[in-house]
Ligand binder design. Structure first.
Ligand code: ACO
Length: 362
């Protein structure tokens, strides 16, 4: 028995490979660097879903169908009552997602990818007392999300930045939420049920819940010259440095570099506070030096959450919504894995070893 199923291979997949020793992520045969440099969200969606449904799938038709689905789903936002809006954004998105009819077909997959993209910006606006903004079917998924969030058409750099984020986090091996999605799919419950289970797993602080605290750390450090002293004191208190370390990566998380590259044009063009990136770089340098001194036996490097925090903040997402944005990007990976599992056809039903008491002998 392996606690946490660590190192246990529980599925064969053609979707993505996480090489923790080399710091490499491959999605359907393409390395993450190449994928981020050449793809928008719709391209990676076509790549991940290709061959998993009866339909021919390409990026252009996904873009058209997502646009139509965003418009069709917008009326569901009216179900966001005061009780729903009192929830954290990711919980509110999950509650609205439960209204998407279950199914196994490509139309359901499209609705599930479009739904969080419509619901999250609407919920964030309603929580601030602002009216939600109707989707625009002619925009790309990233462009429309940003427009529905801020009420303004995003710049090319902002749209490219969100595309880079959604591509970067689209799939990542058999992480906890993806495994949850596959377990549900193996019972033939339907794609909506798989995505609901996956989002429930994602929201936990040990999985997708942590980039907000990275921003708290930036706020705490304040100025680059404070970095070493502030971080040193945090480690003295036994705290972990947010945005560093990973269960699988023993070197730099390749997703961190992809996001760092993606956010540079936004900062370079003056669309976000340039001081922020200088602060992030100073904290990163100081943290890596300190972690090397304090934990010489444990390779600890930057993870995806570090530059996620900087990028999503620069794009105007409040820190409370970061897990919800993660869900927008990862839904396509959950759907691809659910379909792969359904096509495999085998119910996931592991065994447990009973270690409790035995009945008394008669
Ligand atoms: N800062 C300081 N020390 C750390 C950190 C960190 N960020 N991460 C690990 N360590 C230390 C631990 O204290 C431990 O030291 P010890 O052996 O002296 O007690 C050692 O490294 C091993 O730690 P584990 O908890 O066994 O490492 P694990 O691989 O389980 O942890 C995790 C991975 C949870 C991501 C951890 O590195 C962490 O808490 N990081 C900070 C939070 C964070 O950035 N989370 C986002 C991760 S990315 C994602 O999930 C999408």
């Amino acid at each position: 028995m392996k606690s946490g199923l660590e190192d246990v291979i529980a599925a064969e997949t053609k979707l993505s490979d996480v090489d923790g020793a080399a710091g490499r992520l491959i999605i359907r045969g393409v390395s993450l660097d190449d994928l981020v440099a050449t793809s928008r969200f719709e391209d990676v969606a076509a790549l991940l879903l290709d061959g998993l449904f009866d339909e021919h799938i390409d990026a252009a038709s996904i873009r058209t169908q997502l646009g139509a689905a965003r418009v069709a789903l917008f009326p569901h936002v009216e179900a966001a009552d005061a009780a729903l809006l009192a929830l954290p954004p990711v919980d509110a998105v999950r509650a609205l997602l439960a209204r998407v009819a279950d199914g196994e077909d490509f139309a359901t997959a499209i609705r599930l990818m479009a739904a969080p993209a419509v619901f999250l910006p609407a919920i964030l606006r309603l929580q601030k007392g602002e009216a939600p903004i109707r989707p625009n079917a002619s925009l790309s998924q990233s462009g429309d999300i940003l427009r529905m969030l801020t009420g303004r058409l995003p710049t090319a750099e902002q749209t490219a930045g969100l595309d880079a984020y959604l591509v970067t986090i689209s799939d990542h091996g058999l992480n906890a939420s993806t495994f949850a999605s596959r377990v549900i799919a193996s019972t033939q419950a339907g794609l909506t049920s798989s995505v609901l289970a996956a989002i429930s797993a994602l929201k936990g602080p040990l999985h997708g819940g942590a980039p907000g605290p990275v921003l708290n750390m930036f706020d705490g450090v304040g100025k680059p010259e404070n970095a070493r002293a502030w971080l040193s004191q945090a480690l003295d208190r036994g705290e972990r440095l947010m945005g560093f370390g990973h269960r699988i990566y023993r070197v730099r998380d390749p997703r961190a570099d992809a996001l760092k590259t993606a956010l540079k044009p936004i900062f370079a063009s003056g669309q976000a506070d340039a001081g922020r990136i200088a602060l992030a770089e100073a904290i990163e340098t100081a943290a890596l030096a300190l972690l090397k001194e304090r934990k010489p036996d444990r390779p600890l490097d930057v993870n995806v959450e570090y530059y996620t925090a900087l990028l999503l903040d620069a794009l105007g997402f409040p820190r409370s919504s970061f897990t919800g944005v993660f869900a927008i990007g990862r839904t396509v990976g959950w759907i691809a894995h659910a379909r792969e599992q359904t096509l495999d056809g085998r119910l996931i039903r592991p065994q447990s070893r009973y270690v409790g008491p035995l009945p008394k002998a008669a």
